[in-house]
Design a protein around this ligand. Structure first.
Ligand SMILES: [Zn+2]
Length: 286
């Protein structure tokens, strides 16, 4: 009898542990990063974050297999990556094909992996639709401010404001074409633009990550101060100033969109080629 009671208690405890696989040590506050108390065996343990009542991965996806256990093709070179794209074949790669990059950058996938019916995100998780990212942006104050709250505190390239640029000549902007022919504008010499120069100000591309979303840069920052366009190569190692995640279109999976965040605090959607490689985030949809 005593033996049976002990067995029953043991089974009961097992059931509790199994049911609690998504239960946390302590319910996290908004923006608080956490890990599951009992991750399923064999599953990568992801950092997660509670945003407005929804659980998001707080790092980029690292899945090598579809959810049925079949391997996703691992492209180890640029040639293999391009070939996979040519044949509409789902594929993943390390950032710059370097395995040492997996922990900080996660994996990069092509669009064919993202929309494959076998699924690449953990059970119950959803790859965000455009409207999900719009809600995320709105929750963090809108398009002008959200990037700063979504970005990690380190890793983003500085950007520079100011310098020389061409602006419309204000002296002759209202002149008619006929009048222009007769009277040359002394200010712009007829070019209709003038060069102005303002002091160059360097700004940090980092965010404050108050969201806990921890967006890490994975691509070149186009207005990085540390990037020399004439040489087409970075002047320093810290030149990453942009990232993007694959995003499902609310109208279906025909168009491949990515959601971009930049060091200059831009956030936007952009239509992409399906062979491009981007990281993936997801959220728990029950
Ligand atoms: Zn002028």
């Amino acid at each position: 009898m005593l033996f049976r009671i002990i067995i029953n208690i043991f089974v009961f405890l097992l059931i509790i542990i199994e049911c609690n696989s998504q239960v946390l040590i302590k319910a996290p506050n908004d923006g608080e990063i956490f890990i599951d108390m009992y991750p399923k065996s064999g599953e990568k343990v992801y950092k997660k974050v509670n945003i407005n009542g929804t659980t998001w991965l707080a790092e980029n996806l690292q899945a090598k297999t579809f959810n049925n256990g079949e391997l996703i093709f691992h492209a180890k070179t640029d040639k293999e990556w391009r070939e996979a794209g040519d044949f509409n074949k789902p594929a993943w790669r390390f950032h710059n094909y370097d395995p040492n990059n997996s922990e900080s950058f996660g994996y990069e996938y092509n669009w064919f992996a993202v929309v494959d019916s076998r699924g690449i995100v953990p059970d119950g998780y959803i790859i965000p639709f455009k409207s999900d990212y719009v809600n995320l942006v709105n929750h963090f104050g809108g398009w002008d401010i959200a990037a700063y709250k979504l970005k990690s505190k380190i890793g983003w390239a500085d950007y520079c404001l100011g310098g020389e640029k061409l602006v419309n000549c204000t002296n002759c902007s209202n002149w008619s074409a006929d009048y222009r022919k007769i009277v040359p504008c002394h200010k712009c010499k007829g070019n209709q633009t003038v060069k102005i120069s303002t002091p160059i100000v360097k700004r940090t591309g980092n965010g404050n990550n108050s969201s806990g979303f921890s967006a890490i840069p994975t691509r070149l920052g186009l207005t990085s101060c540390g990037y020399d366009y004439r040489l087409w190569k970075p002047k320093s190692k810290n030149y990453l100033g942009q990232t993007a995640w694959w995003t499902l279109d609310d109208d279906g999976s025909k168009f491949a969109y990515a959601f971009f965040i930049e060091n200059i605090n831009n956030v936007y959607f952009q239509l992409e080629f399906k062979y491009e490689g981007f990281p993936v985030r997801c959220y728990f949809g029950g």
